[in-house]
Structure formats: structure tokens, C-alpha cells
Design a binder for this molecule. Structure first.
Ligand code: ZN
Length: 294
């Protein structure tokens, strides 16, 4: 690939990075990343991946921009209210970086369409706000051997993990969605806007590290932070041989549409099978273990 003068200048702060360089920037420009959900998580992910020069960015979102989104979904502006989110996000991406090609899907992912949507992408970002989508994305990525980044946020909390084939999947940690009514959403419990940005930029960073092939991804560990006390910790996991989707005798052999959990604040679930990693604090089971919404 021959960089134009403009590209050399645009990406100069990447190119001078010793672990990235011209070679890494080429990989980013050839990269294809799908962002499912262009809300609180997807917005910062899309902005940073566009700025970084990810060559193809896929956007999946069925919703239109609403006034209440603007407190955290930083890719959408006030004049965008009422516009499809994928269109609003696409306009900003093109405005940031003409090197990027955007492929938009103004749909909700379900068991019938997700395999076809993810198949041409190198890395998937789960920026969705509900458990049905999170488990569906996990299962579809496990079946298709696609790397993905899971992200969840709620109130002042965030969590992230990255999946590559062979590593622990989301169902190795949480084998099924929480019981109906167990976990609130952001619209019920609230979310500090900047927490969405913190988690989204972690997901964008994982995608870029994957594309350039450098560093240690968040594999077999769940990164958890609370922004109120600004403490980060990690819970380490192994691939679970009894996992219903990636285990040795899987019980889930095709994609399923989980029922959307209704939400209230009672009965917060604990983090199943979590072990505190050496040197880390014990798992705090009092805290919501299922941040999910964006
Ligand atoms: Zn698994």
C-alpha cells in the first residue's frame, strides 16, 4: 500500500508509534470492524475507529436518534434527532475520515440475520443494550469463529472482555441471560455519560490491538470498573468445558433469540463461576454483575 502525503500526515502519530508504524497503519486501513449498536458504546467506538482509519466500518442499529440519547451517544448531535442512528453515525464518520467505507444495516440483529451480517468482518463490537442481543452476538461469533469485544455499562459501572476462538466466551462466564426482571437497563437505572465513553474507548482499543496484532487482548478475563471510586479490577476465567455453546458437548447448536428480560431492581444476580485473579480483590457480589445497557 502506498500512503498519500495526506495519509502520512493524518496517521503520523500512529506511524511514529514503535508498535504500530506504517505496517500497523496498513493493517488498520485494511481492517473491517462491525459495530452492533451505535449508542453509548458504539458512538465512541465508531469515532475512534474512524479517526484511526479502519478501512471498513459496519454499523448496525434499527433506532432513530432521540433527545435522551445525546447525553452519552456522542456521535449524534442535536440536529440529528429523528434521523436513523446508522445514518447520523455514517455522516460523522465520513466527515472525520474519507478513507473509511461505511456499511450500514438499519436492522435489529436476530437469529435469522446475524450470521450474514458478521461474516465479512474481522472483528465485532458488541455495543448493544440488551441481553438477548449480547448472547446472540456471542453465539454467532463462536459459531463463525469471529473475534468480538463484549461491553456492558450501567450507572457508574462498566465491564469488558474480548473473545477469540479458543478463549472463554461470554457464555463461559454468564451461561444464560439473567432471570426476567433481575437487571435494570440504563433507561431505568441511569448511566453516567462518560462511563459509556470509558468503556467504548476500551472496546475501540481492543479492536485496534487486534488489527495490528500487538499487545494482550482482554482474553479469559473480565475487566470491571466502577467510575465512582475509579477502581479497576479483573476477574480471570478459563474456557468452560461445560459451556453450553463453546464447551465440549454444547447444548446450543443453532442461534436462538432469547426472550428480552423485563427489568426492575430486585434480585441482582451474582457473577457465576467468577474467581478473583491472583492479587486481585475478591469478587464483589453485591455489585450488579450484569451491566448491559448502553
Ligand atoms: Zn463458552
Amino acid at each position: 500500500m502506498n500512503f498519500s502525503e495526506e495519509q502520512i500526515e493524518r496517521y503520523s502519530r500512529h506511524i511514529i508509534l514503535s508498535d504500530l508504524g506504517v505496517e500497523g497503519q496498513e493493517k488498520i486501513l485494511n481492517g473491517k470492524v462491525l459495530i452492533i449498536g451505535t449508542g453509548g458504546l458504539g458512538a465512541p467506538v465508531a469515532l475512534y475507529l474512524a479517526a484511526a482509519g479502519v478501512g471498513t466500518i459496519g454499523l448496525v442499529d434499527a433506532d432513530n436518534v432521540e433527545l435522551s440519547n445525546l447525553q452519552r451517544q456522542v456521535i449524534h448531535f442535536t440536529p440529528d434527532i429523528g434521523k436513523p442512528k446508522v445514518l447520523s453515525a455514517q455522516e460523522k464518520i465520513y466527515s472525520i475520515n474519507p478513507d473509511v467505507k461505511v456499511i450500514s444495516y438499519q436492522v435489529r440483529v436476530h437469529s435469522g440475520n446475524i450470521a450474514g451480517i458478521i461474516k465479512d468482518f474481522d472483528f465485532i463490537i458488541d455495543g448493544t443494550d440488551n441481553f438477548a442481543a449480547k448472547f446472540l452476538i456471542n453465539d454467532a461469533c463462536v459459531f463463525a469463529a469471529k473475534p468480538f469485544s463484549h461491553g456492558g455499562i450501567l450507572r457508574f459501572d462498566g465491564q469488558a472482555m474480548t473473545y477469540l476462538p479458543g478463549a472463554a466466551c461470554y457464555r463461559c462466564i454468564f451461561d444464560s441471560p439473567p432471570p426476567k426482571g433481575a437487571v435494570p437497563t440504563c433507561s431505568q437505572a441511569g448511566i453516567l455519560g462518560s462511563v459509556a465513553g470509558m468503556l467504548g474507548t476500551i472496546q475501540a482499543t481492543e479492536a485496534l490491538k487486534f488489527l495490528i496484532g500487538k499487545g494482550e487482548l482482554l482474553l479469559n478475563r473480565l475487566l470491571i470498573f466502577n467510575a465512582l471510586d475509579m477502581k479497576f479490577r479483573q476477574v480471570e476465567f478459563k474456557r468452560n468445558p461445560h459451556c453450553p455453546v463453546c464447551g465440549n458437548n454444547p447444548t446450543i447448536k443453532e442461534l436462538i433469540d432469547e426472550e428480552l428480560p423485563a427489568c426492575d431492581l430486585k434480585n441482582q444476580p451474582k457473577l457465576p463461576r467468577a474467581k478473583a485473579s491472583p492479587g486481585e480483590a475478591e469478587v464483589d457480589t453485591e455489585r450488579p454483575s450484569y451491566p448491559s445497557a448502553s
